[in-house]
Write a protein of this length. Structure first.
Length: 201
């Protein structure tokens, strides 16, 4: 961060830029604790500037994409899906991991949109990239806005399995979706960020 002067009344300095400096604490050791096709978990020993050593658990999933699909009436598409780790059904935007070799983020997003919602989009715009759990995960999610929507032909639709077989799709007015973010009906981080980004545009 670029800094100019101390805050006149509170601890901290006044920033003139929101770009943090490029720093990296060395990794003295790294041990794989778990690995599968989706993610790797490592236990890393990092070295601080004062040479102190600290153990950190890092979850390293594949990169991911998410899609804010918006129709001509300014409604956003949410999928309702059971999430075992949360113990219930959550409202989310369509999303998934980039697990096809050589696939670009936008192509992966289009694939996920078609697989989870039976939709194709003719217009794509990259909204942002977020890191939802920076304390223990390397995960980054690229979020796209998809418009000019049309249905996937019946013969080309994906047969969904496991939790995705039980999905429901809901079109929600963007302002109602914003309200749901603030009253606790929507708690998924990528979905909240995407909804607020769409509402701002």
């Amino acid at each position: 961060m670029s800094e100019s002067m101390v805050h006149p009344r509170l601890p901290g300095r006044l920033a003139t830029s929101l770009r943090p400096p490029e720093t990296h604490w060395p990794v003295a050791a790294s041990e794989v604790g778990f690995h599968n096709d989706y993610l790797t978990l490592t236990v890393d020993t990092i070295v601080a500037p004062d040479q102190g050593r600290h153990g950190r658990v890092v979850v390293r999933p594949k990169s991911a994409v998410a899609v804010a699909a918006v129709d001509e009436q300014r409604r956003i598409l949410l999928v309702e899906q059971y999430r075992h780790a949360q113990g219930g059904r959550l409202l989310e935007i369509p999303a998934g991991i980039m697990d096809v070799e050589g696939e670009s983020a936008q192509v992966a997003a289009a694939r996920e949109l078609a697989e989870e919602t039976d939709l194709l989009a003719d217009t794509w715009h990259e909204l942002l990239t977020l890191a939802p759990t920076v304390g223990y995960s390397t995960e980054r999610i690229t979020v796209f806005r998809a418009t000019d929507l049309r249905p996937v032909p019946d013969a080309d639709r994906t047969v969904r399995e496991a939790e995705e077989a039980d999905m429901a799709q809901w079109w929600v007015d963007v302002e109602e979706a914003v309200a749901a973010c603030f009253d606790g009906r929507i708690i998924d981080a990528k979905t909240i960020v995407a909804i607020l980004a769409v509402a701002r545009t």
